[in-house]
Design a protein around this ligand. Structure first.
Ligand code: PLP
Length: 479
């Protein structure tokens, strides 16, 4: 790839971009059950208009762009209201759930450095269902992640969590819900443990913050989960998930505003302007905050109740259908719109490939701890009108895949290959191109073989292989 010598016309450029999208999943049709949160054409137009209105603005400097600050303050105020933060709560608008979680852990680490300098190896306590963003934060900020097994419904077990507390524990994590199975941890019980042991307690509401309050209001059986629960000290919630905002919109909220001071990076020991950043980034595009403010005001409480009702009803239809499809079963309580489906007597991975061939995207998830391999569905408003067709196709595909597997030996990774990979470093990728159908320099087609292989490896080897794969994939063509 060479740097372009001459510029091209806007029309030419835009048509190139449109053409490039053709290989992407066709989310506009509502057939994609992950990554996409689409509240309809009018909402999308509003997001685009609001985003472009603030395309060039920089929220880094409130003295130059006070309107970005005002928009952020209002968005944080609305979030605090929704999750019952109370009068002392505050927060920061961030680029996504991961940034919110990074900030929460960095803030807590720095606070404890201040109040408990005797803790030199701080620990973060979480269940196996906690999002990898917590492990990322532990890696980035030199914290020790302590993970605890969950129950058969994939919820944290309070007694097991309490038993894992040590004198180095500074923060406990609960999920409301966790992504994989949509399981809501017992936040009330965990809150009591946090109080007893004087720990900070982060509730990860990244995917639930803009959903659970409305599901609860609609009368669904949702346990207490928010900042009003005694013991909960901080909470992450994403607007760019079930808030249907443009991507790049989340927040970290604290119940006690004083602690946020530990989050803020403030630097004046250099030759330039004073850099004061509440979040990870410095330059802060105005687009995501303006689009977020716009969508919250456009949809409003009544609108979100409607969107959540549609998602709950669509999810219930899927759960009903799965219960009637031979060979499939739901995992966990399946209370909300984040579903995990597993196979009872066949290998589920080809189902994702076959459904993709019919235009559906569902997300394969590997087996880990007490969770066997499965398919995840995040069911939103945009999927609701497609659900009848989806369950028809799912039933047909499952019947066909099961029939085909009856005459086929199941894939079992040879012990010597597993051993070889487990004991190798990233260079093992050079030897795997035949098995994987790709040496990592291009995207593979069907995922069945790759998923089967990864599923039968220990998680550490999966991490190593996938990390290497991505490192090889994202490279420019150099001629
Ligand atoms: C429960 C939970 N926490 C954190 C995250 C991370 O959010 P993001 O992808 O916006 O960084 C996700 C993403 O799906 C999530 O479901």
């Amino acid at each position: 790839m060479k740097f372009p010598q001459q510029g091209r016309s806007p029309d030419d450029i835009l048509s190139s971009l449109k053409a490039r999208k053709q290989d992407d999943v066709p989310w506009e049709e509502g057939r994609v059950f992950a990554y996409i949160y689409d509240a309809g054409d009018e909402a999308e137009k509003l997001l685009k208009d609001a985003f472009s209105l603030y395309l060039m603005e920089n929220g880094l400097d409130p003295t130059s762009f006070p309107s970005c600050m005002e928009l952020e303050k209002e968005v944080i105020g609305m979030a605090v209201d929704l999750v019952n933060g109370g009068d002392d709560a505050t927060g920061t608008f961030t680029s996504g759930g991961t940034e919110s979680i990074l900030l929460s852990l960095k803030t807590t680490r720095d606070y404890y450095r201040d109040i408990r300098p005797d803790i030199t190896e701080p620990e973060i306590l979480m269940a196996t269902t906690a999002h990898p963003a917590f492990h990322k934060a532990c890696q980035y900020f030199d914290l020790k992640a302590v993970t605890v097994d969950v129950d058969d419904d994939f919820c944290a077990i309070p007694e097991a969590m309490e038993a894992a507390i040590t004198e180095n524990t500074i923060l406990m994590v609960g999920s409301a819900p966790s992504y994989a199975h949509g399981a809501i941890d017992p936040i009330t019980e965990l809150g009591q443990i946090a109080l007893r042991h004087q720990l900070r307690f982060h509730v990860d509401c990244c995917v639930g913050g803009m959903y659970l309050p409305f599901a609860k209001e609609l009368g669904y059986d949702i346990p207490e989960f928010d900042l009003s629960v005694p013991g909960v000290t901080q909470l992450s919630m994403d607007f760019h998930k079930w808030g249907y905002a443009a991507k790049g919109a989340s927040c970290i909220l604290y119940k006690d505003r004083a602690i946020r001071r530990y989050q803020i990076f403030s630097y004046a020991n250099w030759t330039g302007y004073a850099v004061i950043n509440p979040g990870v980034t410095s330059t802060k595009g105005g687009g995501p905050i303006a689009a977020c403010w716009a969508i919250l005001n456009y949809i409003g409480r009544e609108g979100y109740l409607r969107l959540v009702k549609a998602s709950q009803e669509a999810s219930a239809k899927i759960v009903d259908a799965v219960e009637r499809i031979d060979g499939l079963e739901m995992m966990g309580k399946a209370q909300i719109n984040m579903l995990a489906i597993r196979a009872t007597d066949f290998n589920i991975f080809p189902v994702a490939d076959e459904m993709k061939a019919r235009g559906w995207f569902i997300q394969p998830q590997f087996g880990f701890a007490n969770s066997s391999e499965n398919m995840h569905l995040s069911v939103g408003y945009h999927n609701a009108h497609q659900v009848d067709e989806f369950v028809r196709d799912l039933a047909e595909v499952v019947a066909a895949v099961r029939a085909e597997q009856r005459d086929k030996e199941p894939f079992v990774m040879p012990d010597d290959l597993r051993e070889f990979i487990v004991n190798s470093g990233p260079e093992v990728m050079d030897h795997l191109s035949e098995v994987l159908g790709s040496d990592g320099s291009a995207l593979p087609g069907k995922m069945e073989e790759i998923n089967n292989m990864l599923n039968q490896l220990p998680a550490d080897s999966r991490e190593m292989l996938l990390g290497e794969f991505i490192n090889r994939l994202y490279n420019p063509d150099v001629h």
